[in-house]
Design a protein. Sequence first.
Length: 512
Amino acid sequence: MAHTEMMNIALNRVEGDLEVRVGIEDGVVTDAWSSGIMYRGFERILIGRAALDALVITPRICGICSTAQLAAACQALEMIAQVEPAPSAVLLRNVLLMTEQLQSDMRHTFLMFCPDFANPIYSNHPLFQEAVNRYEPLRGKAALETIQETRKVLEIVALIGGQWPHSSYMVPGGITSVPSKSDLMQCRLLLSRFRKWYEARVLGCDLDRWSEVKSASDLDAWLEEKASQRESELGFYLRFARSIGLPSLGRGHSNFVSYGSLPMPAGTSVKTVNGSELLIPSGFVCGAQRQMFNQEKIAEDISFAWYRDNGDPKHPFSGDTLPYATGNEGVKYSWTKAPRYDGKPAETGPLAEMLISENPLFMDLVSAEGPNSFVRQLARIVRLAYFLPVMEKWLSEASQGDTFYHFVEEIDEGEGMGLVHGARGALGHWVKVAGGEIQHYQIITPTAWNASPRDGSVTRGPWEEALIGTRLKDLNNPLELGHIVRSFDACMVCAVHTISNNSNRPPGILIC
């Protein structure tokens, strides 16, 4: 007979307001509910505002990916204004968006994810003390270096955008100022310095050597090739994560979505996968099948979200955000809607980007073991290796440019969408303007995809599904749950809270 456990457990180091409840029987997770527990209302705040106000308000949605929010808002307004941004502006927009992503990837890895390797549950592991030396919060060598190096590289955003976070330098048609040659040279020096740190400390090799790693066997050979690679942060991650069984955790639905991001500037020397117009191509992967992306197949389901029911799932141009929660329904459990692509839940983020880009290393790893927490976090660690050479080329090309803005008439009426990728994956803004004012604004964030609740067919969201079947070694320290949720790089503007079980909760629900 199955034995049901009831307990209180705390997880932390997840940014924002998030509650995850799981049911456990005989030490195995049998069900999960992911709840966004804070309503913020940005989509309602924007209604009635002047169209350009979106460029100031939406970057405040998040202090981690404010550049991505700005980019999505700006693209939507450019569609309404029917204007193409100036080529040199596209170069710098892309570089600054990638800068924000690389700092987030490193901070998440070494300040949020890897500190779990220093958890006392691993105290008998032969690499435990080394994990503590590297990742102990505010003391570990890797943690301290990450804070220092990412702070410095963010000066690239400040030099071009004036500040970070919450900058508003992107406008329909381009950017708000013409950077000096000195500013662009400083950006190149900052990026060069960051690259040296990333190669020396994170990879333990140069980017050219890493580019040769195209399969699981290549990865194994790379790990044993040199001491510098084996002892690097990536090398340590591979050794420790495999030894604790991370590849067996967090599979999920095996569906992945990418809107595509980083448009190719006119005349650039950078080449893309299959000649795509975007550096990060768009697409949808369902199991082993890759499909063309069609944004019309996106819909938001609110069957289990605290919003006023307006019938069937709606496309963001048709849906609304009308909060409704009495606390008595007993069914709805999240302020996060349930985005679906062609009716299916889908994961987004670095792993989705790698698979849709048909990166051979990640295609091979997922083919062998399926998607999991190990490969999901690995994609986040090495995404920079593919970004950095492109960023260097684009900064160099921007220094030769002289057109950073195309004039735009007043934005009076129309509808547009901005589809980009932030650090956590696919981000979309859908906007309608009439009489110069915003009449409709809908936003789907990456974590809305990953942390969505159930939909009308009672299908779990991606990380709800990823938690199912997880066996916990220690019910008083269920670190496996932290590994899985953090591998998605949660951002609900989310901390993970502990809430006591009580008589109003179903038995067997673990709330964390």
